[in-house]
Design a protein around this ligand. Structure first.
Ligand code: GDP
Ligand code: MG
Length: 184
């Protein structure tokens, strides 16, 4: 299974991934280097073990240059904004639109990152929750720095992506085997 991280530059995507995969946190913002295709084994509720591959985006943060492959090849999206920067919240509708244009039914989870800086927050928690709900996403306030909700948020999207992938496979299996009568 592949997950892609999307969201404006500087919101903490790379830090969240590093925390999740390596339990590391860095204070520096490295815009040029992104992690690609590092995988982690995750045990699912049904006993299956999944290999989860995480795609970071680096230098592709602007919609126009966003690689469609980042979305096309993924089964789930982690969309991240920074609770201390309003503009990163305001650009979410564009990220969602862009993503849905590429892959309409892909599950998305929303992370409001840097919740360790709660006193600097400019995005109201209720507002973020409502926005998430209206867009059919679950919402997590996260901190890569203090390791808050990273595991839980990732678990949420991995479960959803797994479910969606199974439903889609299931539909394929249920496709009628008989040839359809051709219409005249
Ligand atoms: P990206 O461009 O979305 O990949 O952002 P980065 O992961 O490179 O993070 C950008 C900056 O935000 C870096 O200076 C990080 O140290 C900082 N940062 C990332 N996550 C957090 C967090 O949870 N809390 C705080 N206080 N800073 C963070
Ligand atoms: Mg980055």
């Amino acid at each position: 299974m592949r997950l892609s991280f999307l969201g404006d530059s500087g919101v903490g995507k790379t830090c969240i991934i590093n925390k999740y995969l390596f339990d590391q946190f860095s204070e520096t913002h490295n815009t040029s280097v992104g992690i690609e295709k590092v995988d982690k084994k995750v045990k699912m509720n049904d006993g299956n073990e999944l290999k989860v591959i995480i795609w970071d985006t680096a230098g592709q943060e602007r919609f126009k240059s966003m690689s469609t492959n980042t979305v096309k090849g993924a089964q789930g999206i982690v969309l991240v904004f920074d609770i201390t920067k309003k503009e990163t919240f305001e650009s979410l509708p564009n990220w969602i639109k862009e993503t849905k244009n590429i892959k309409d039914n892909i599950p998305i989870v929303l992370f409001g990152n840097k919740c360790d800086l709660l006193e600097e927050s400019v995005v109201d928690n209720d507002e973020a929750m409502k926005f998430a709900k209206d867009n059919d996403m679950d919402y997590f306030e996260t901190s890569a720095k203090q390791n808050i909700n990273i595991e839980q948020g990732l678990k949420n999207i991995i479960d959803k992506a797994y479910e969606t992938a199974q439903e889609e496979d299931g539909l394929d299996l249920k496709k009628p085997q008989k040839k359809k009568k051709s219409k005249c």
